[in-house]
Design a protein around this ligand. Structure first.
Ligand SMILES: C[S@@+](CC[C@H](N)C(=O)[O-])C[C@H]1O[C@@H](n2cnc3c(N)ncnc32)[C@H](O)[C@@H]1O
Length: 149
């Protein structure tokens, strides 16, 4: 194993979890800034060419974990690895954001769903080669269908 290191923090409009939109069909449109530490700025070279990024981050204000439990997106409990719950054995978050612009070591993005000051572990360019018709969305699709009916 390795000891994770922070590469920066996320600036978002959210100081409390209750302010972050949740639940079925939620869209994250809030803008934020990924503030990358000066020691890693050279690692941002050429990132401007990508429209979207994966942000790997730490649920640094969640405690403990539950293997099986409730989620705000459904009235049935699910296994932690079938959800995006903050309460997981390794408290790692993953968010896809749209890169709006780069200003030195500051990346202005849209689509943040983390608390202000959240620790960033990594950034990667977003890419997916999976065609939409091959994607299955499990219990989430069932919950969405139930909500519509
Ligand atoms: C459902 S999780 C999804 C996060 C990410 N998109 C993912 O899939 O890993 C988002 C929720 O995590 C919680 N959260 C956000 N930032 C956090 C932080 N720094 N520490 C603990 N919980 C956090 C908030 O309740 C927020 O609504």
């Amino acid at each position: 194993m390795f000891s994770p290191r922070s590469i920066g923090v996320v600036r978002t409009p959210y100081s409390q979890t209750k302010e972050i939109p949740k639940g079925l069909g939620v869209k994250h449109e809030a803008q934020g800034v990924l503030e990358i530490s000066p020691e890693f700025e050279s690692g941002l070279a050429d990132i401007e060419g990508f429209s979207h990024l994966f942000v790997v981050w730490v649920f640094d204000r969640s405690e403990g974990f539950e293997r099986y439990g409730p989620t705000p997106a459904d009235n049935r409990p699910h296994g932690v690895f079938a959800t995006r719950s903050p309460r997981r054995p390794n408290p790692i978050g993953l968010t896809v954001v749209e890169l709006l612009r780069r200003d030195g070591r500051f990346l202005h993005v849209r689509g943040v769903d983390m608390l202000d000051g959240t620790t960033i572990l990594d950034l990667k360019p977003y890419m997916s080669s999976i065609p939409a018709e091959k994607l299955r969305r499990g219990w989430l699709a069932e919950a969405e269908a139930a909500q519509k009916s």
